[in-house]
Design a protein around this ligand. Sequence first.
Ligand SMILES: Cc1cc2nc3c(=O)[nH]c(=O)nc-3n(C[C@H](O)[C@H](O)[C@H](O)COP(=O)(O)O)c2cc1C
Length: 178
Amino acid sequence: MAKVGIFFGSDTGKTRKVAKQIHEALGSDAVAAPVNINKASIDDLLACDALILGTPTLGTGQLPGLDADCQAESWGEFVPELESADLSGKTVALFGLGDQQSYPDDFVSAMGELYDLVSAAGAEVVGFCSSAGYEFNDSAALDGDDFVGLALDQDNQADQTAERIKSWVASIKPALGL
Ligand SMILES: Cc1cc2nc3c(=O)[nH]c(=O)nc-3n(C[C@H](O)[C@H](O)[C@H](O)COP(=O)(O)O)c2cc1C
């Protein structure tokens, strides 16, 4: 069975909580508990066959750590590591948290930044999701009408999160080798 790692960045803890929910939904011994990216090295990522990477969007559509508001070290500090990594042969699934009501022009845009980074590093990204059911103007995480991963909004649609995770996890499991 493939070794799958879950890595997340988080400022106020919502993405950490969602990472735990995704881990539980996967229900597999092959997947270790989620790790905050500020405690991970690039070798931790490279040791996995497949990766699930999650991020909130902060600033104006930015990865946490690239904006002034984020208190913790996070994806922003990890960008250079990703830029020089070779992720070819790895399967990656992305999830992103955002607030479509307060930030309708940049909803979950940081997930798009992660997508660009891991794609440029050679990874195959799976787990695109329809953008139907969300209300926003624009997002850097769109590929046509689909998000490049699972978009979640704990600020406005928390009641839909469990169901969204359940169907997304079911859709990505085969691609992750689980
Ligand atoms: C200062 C600040 C800036 C934000 N900017 C965006 C944004 O540009 N786009 C978006 O979709 N959400 C934005 N958000 C909402 C967060 O992404 C959302 O609340 C997320 O769930 C936070 O996750 P965390 O608790 O893991 O940090 C912003 C939140 C804050 C506090």
